[in-house]
Design a protein around this ligand. Structure first.
Ligand SMILES: Cc1ncc(COP(=O)(O)O)c(C=O)c1O
Length: 453
């Protein structure tokens, strides 16, 4: 179908509706009304026989789908670990869609390939990792973990004389996999995807914050893969990387870091000390769609020796034109993919080093305030609030869950629940650039109101 004549006015109308959405969500309930969720049914039914123009598509989305969205764009969504979208990342995302670039190969999009390369270099710089590391952009930390493990699998088995990409894992020399007792579920999924198995792992005991006890590590060797965490999803705690990496490096074991959000603490001079030692690891997975506030989806895998990632991921075919420089598809499972580097570039460029540090500091400051004021109101904070995660218990599991439910129904803010070492807790994760002091005040009032009913 050719571009409709009046498409420019449709684009302007899209921008106007988008701006109105962003204005209105400041006042809207964070959770959508159930009537709005029910109306989503009207978008289905059997596929219409005749075409629908973009203006009508726009109206349907804006009028039926938008009211059923979770308000992640304002600053009072504290569930899971969900960053917002920085204004610069949002406009970059719009242009990326307009440009419709495929980031698989440089020849497909010089702009996408170059911006991805720059964004990766800036990520290394901001995290304090050597510039010789390399990596790729994937959908999220789960896939980034998978990529880190694939690089590890290649390197460890190649050193044992086994070409895993050619020969597969059946009959391969065995690899010992070590994780902490509080490993993130996505890490286990990534281990399963990479053929290591979710349960064929050695779980090391952890302390009350979920940090691996380095003293409890088994003997390591050159066929060991140790998976550590920079930022536990519940407590925000960091594994003792300096000790673990030193032991691993002595024997040639591979250390992979799940740093989905926590590794970004390295961007702040105030919190950088927490990430010390992780730069001694071999691979790191993280998310730009969490703390750096790039829109979904944007995961990042970083590898000390990029040749291992490349060995695990690259393909060639007669029709694929190799470029002179870095080819994006050599570092990711996908070939064709969205040009995520454009948004990451825009987010980092718009913040600069100072802006990123300020974003981290502000989120951690808000988390501290939640903890301090909830403690003062007589509620139990279960974790040491080291970065942006707060765990709150209101007594019994039933009472805590009832309060979380009331809070979610109330709609001023949104927090989820979790189990932390045998206790049911409410989770507060402050990850959005958009959260203001006023948002924290309103949310504290809402939490205390829900707890007093
Ligand atoms: C520590 C950690 N690892 C991995 C993940 C998975 O990230 P994604 O949902 O981007 O795949 C998360 C998500 O919250 C996380 O907190």
């Amino acid at each position: 179908m050719p571009i409709p004549e009046k498409f420019e006015s449709t684009l302007i109308s899209t921008a106007q509706r988008a701006a109105r959405y962003l204005r209105e969500v400041q006042e809207r309930s964070v959770s959508p009304a159930s009537a709005a969720v029910d109306r989503l049914q009207s978008l289905g039914g059997s596929l219409p026989t005749t075409p629908t123009g973009p203006d009508e598509i726009l109206s349907l989305l804006d009028e039926v789908a938008a009211p059923a969205t979770i308000v992640n764009a304002a600053g009072r969504y504290f569930g899971y670990v969900m960053g917002g979208t920085l204004p610069a990342a949002l406009v970059a995302s719009w242009l990326t869609s307009v440009w419709d670039q495929n980031c698989g190969l440089t020849v497909m999009s010089p702009a996408a390939a170059k911006l991805e390369e720059i964004a990766l270099a800036w990520t290394l710089e901001i995290l304090g990792f050597p510039a010789a590391w390399g990596g790729g952009l994937v959908t999220g930390a789960t896939m980034a973990n998978f990529c880190g493990l694939a690089a590890a699998r290649h390197a460890l088995l190649a050193r044992a004389g086994w070409d895993v990409e050619r020969q597969g894992l059946f009959g391969a020399p065995s690899i010992q996999v070590v994780v902490g007792e509080e490993v993130h579920a996505s890490m286990l999924k990534a281990l399963a995807l990479a053929g290591f198995g979710r349960e064929r792992v050695l779980r090391v005991s952890v302390d009350g914050q979920g940090r691996m006890r380095a003293a409890a590590l088994p003997p390591l060797d050159a066929r060991t893969l140790v998976c550590v965490q920079a930022g536990n999803v519940n407590t925000g705690a960091f594994d003792p990387a300096t000790e673990i990496c030193a032991r691993a490096r002595q024997v040639g074991a591979w250390v992979h870091v799940d740093g989905a959000f926590g590794i970004w603490a390295a961007a702040s001079p105030r919190y950088r000390h927490l990430t010390q030692g992780f730069e001694q690891a071999d691979s790191v997975a993280t998310d730009a769609h969490k703390w750096p506030n790039v829109g979904y989806d944007c995961g990042i895998v970083l590898v000390r020796e990029p040749k291992y990632l490349r060995a695990a991921m690259s393909i060639s075919a007669a029709y694929i034109m190799p470029g002179e420089g870095r080819e994006p598809h050599h570092y990711t499972p996908e070939m064709s993919r969205r040009a995520r580097g454009i948004e990451l570039w825009a987010a980092l460029r718009s913040l600069g080093r100072e802006g990123m540090a300020e974003l981290i500091d502000r989120a951690c400051g808000h988390a501290q305030r939640f903890a301090t004021e909830l403690r003062a109101a007589g509620h139990a904070v279960l974790n040491d609030v080291v970065i942006n995660q707060v765990l709150v218990s209101f007594g019994s599991a039933e009472r805590t869950l009832a309060i979380v439910r009331r809070l979610q129904e109330d709609g001023v803010c949104w927090c989820g629940s979790t189990e932390w070492q045998g206790q049911t807790a409410m989770r507060i994760s402050v990850s959005s650039w958009a959260t203001t002091d006023r948002d924290v005040e309103l949310s504290l009032e809402a939490i205390c109101r829900a707890a007093s009913q």
